[in-house]
Design a protein around this ligand. Structure first.
Ligand code: G4P
Length: 534
């Protein structure tokens, strides 16, 4: 067999066995616990507690120390790869704190599917709703894991209705809980017609027992009591009546979310979730670029940077750029075109992530994430190819929520400040706008914590000092129009509100929602966008 064909066959099977996904939840629903249990199943870690929560905890330490702690953890857990049943699984970590929501949105551009964790007692919470919006926009297939069934929770039917209503996605239970809280007995797995029994007295060591049993089998009455068995049969009859049978394509199209129930802490229902996940979750899907769609099976390597992580050591200002491979194979020491600068780059020590370990990798496949040592070449959204000039789409910046002027607080450190701000913006910590009127710089963020992060990191990593001043901005709108006269008129009238973003694009920093609405009315030929990609 010619070697080219052999290579493409192995490329094809490598792609098909990959599952790259993110677990998302509202803080405290159990994302960290579930991640850890999945890693335990994959043999990637051997003790519980190995995955540290990257939550920002309020309390004894000051916020920015907490942020640094979180940042230290998040480099280790950015990508957790492991092998499970002949599949290569890549879990991409997302920050828990809502002020870092934009990091999460960007991570979601690099995954092929998502598992949403919901607390069975609390139901759908605010952050889950927002994250689901991003999944819906991108038609990302999602699975739902209803967690903490060992605690008293909401009625499963009510919960499913709530998920459909609040997350605006149809659901299909593939498992059904038997009782909850102190009367929780287990889960009936509809996907495989198996019963998993729960033994609370032995919770840390035993993972429950799995019995293959049909619903009609009289032994079910003995296993969970006649009353519970009758209730289960009745509930499942309702389930089958209410929810259409599970159709794989509707899940892959992001239209229907399969739902599982369990308790991550007790390692219960987790294996069922994982087994079904590896079977039905998609392998790497085609990606979009401005120029053309990219099929993962193409021989030539393409990939984009979705995350940049600065070194924790202030003496080394190097960074790691996280590259998602979209097609072909990525090889160590091979030249690639960095489309955004036109430079040829080669990497002698690309990093692969296996659970909490990092190692140098010689070859990586679509779906994989490699860490590239970066001395300041990359920014988020950059593309690497074997020569073709491509630009991946779908990695937008959203209009920030909070805005402040940033000023130099140490006249001797002007250069350091400029460099620091520049690099932090490349990392995606916040967005920078330059006012056309007077050249003043405005920082826009999603949450208040970022202002602290910037100030702290400028001081510790760049020896620069900044201070903030209030600025009256409600929203950043990227503008565009085919009507040159109207655009010119708008620019003149709104001169004091006009700015450019980091890429030199024109942005209108509306001061109030009223001002914005009025502008939209008066200038009907101008299109106002709230994300940088349109
Ligand atoms: P997150 O990453 O989504 O923020 O949640 P995390 O896994 O950190 O879990 C939040 C809390 O919920 C933790 O308790 C965790 O032990 C608990 N938890 C997770 N899964 C279950 C479950 O199935 N049942 C019950 N009863 N609790 C669960 P904590 O007290 O905040 O932290 P810890 O001190 O126990 O680590």
């Amino acid at each position: 067999m010619p070697s080219e064909i052999r290579i493409s066959m192995s490329l094809s099977s490598e792609i098909r066995r990959r599952r790259t996904f993110a677990i998302v939840s509202h803080p405290d629903a159990g994302k960290t616990t579930l991640t850890e249990k999945l890693l335990l199943f994959g043999g990637a870690i051997h003790v519980a507690g190995a995955v540290k929560s990257n939550k920002i905890k309020k309390g004894a330490t000051s916020d920015f120390m907490e942020i640094e702690r979180q940042r230290g953890i998040s480099v280790a857990t950015s990508v957790m790869g492991f092998e499970y049943k002949e599949h290569k699984i890549n879990i991409l970590d997302t920050p828990g704190h809502e002020d870092f929501a934009e990091d999460t949105y960007r991570t979601l551009t690099a995954v092929d599917s998502v598992i949403i964790v919901i607390d069975g007692a609390k139901g759908v919470e605010a952050q889950t709703r927002k994250l689901m919006e991003v999944c819906r926009m991108r038609k990302t297939p999602v699975m739902v894991f209803v967690n903490k069934l060992d605690r008293p929770g909401k009625d499963p039917f009510d919960l499913l209705d709530e998920i459909e209503r609040e997350l605006k996605i149809r659901v299909r239970p593939l498992a059904w809980p038997i009782g909850s809280g102190s009367s929780f007995q287990g889960v009936y797995n509809l996907y495989e017609n198996k019963l998993s029994l729960f033994f609370p007295e032995d919770r840390q060591t035993r993972e429950g027992e799995v019995v293959e049993i049909a619903l009609s089998d009289p032994r079910l009455d003995e296993l969970i009591s006649a009353k519970s068995a009758a209730e289960l049969r009745e509930n499942l009859e309702i389930v089958e009546g209410v929810y259409p049978p599970f159709v794989l394509d509707t899940y892959l199209a992001g239209e229907v979310a399969p739902v599982f129930f369990g308790s991550a802490l007790n390692n219960f229902g987790v294996m069922e979730l994982l087994d079904c996940f590896v079977e039905i979750a998609p392998f790497p899907r085609p990606s979009r670029t401005v120029q053309r769609p990219i099929d993962p099976f193409e021989e030539k390597m393409t990939g984009f940077v979705f995350k940049i992580h600065a070194n924790m050591d202030p003496n080394h200002r190097d960074r790691i750029a996280f590259l998602k491979i979209c097609s072909g194979t990525f090889e160590r020491n091979k030249n690639y075109l960095h489309v955004d600068s036109g430079k040829q780059l080669k990497f002698s020590s690309p990093t692969a992530f296996m659970a909490d370990k990092k190692s140098i990798v010689d070859i990586a496949y679509p779906g994989d994430i490699v860490g590239l040592h970066d001395t300041g070449n990359f920014k988020i959204g950059d593309t690497l190819t074997e020569g073709e000039k491509l630009k991946f789409t779908g990695i937008p910046s959203f209009s920030p929520e909070l805005f402040r002027y940033i000023e130099n607080a140490d006249p001797m450190k002007f250069k350091q400040l400029a460099k620091g701000v520049d690099q932090l913006m490349d990392e995606g910590v916040a967005q920078l706008f330059t006012m056309k009127m007077n050249g003043r710089k405005v920082i826009g963020t999603v949450g208040a914590l970022q202002f602290e992060v910037i100030q702290y990191r400028l001081e510790h990593e760049y020896t620069a000092k900044c201070r903030y001043e209030p600025v009256n901005v409600y929203k950043a709108c990227w503008i565009e129009s085919d009507n040159a006269t109207q655009l010119e008129d708008f620019r003149k009238r709104k001169f004091q509100y006009m700015a450019t973003d980091k890429h030199g694009r024109e942005v209108y920093l509306a001061d109030t929602s009223y001002g914005l609405a009025q502008s939209q009315e008066r200038f009907p030929d101008i299109r106002f966008y709230f994300t940088s990609e349109f």
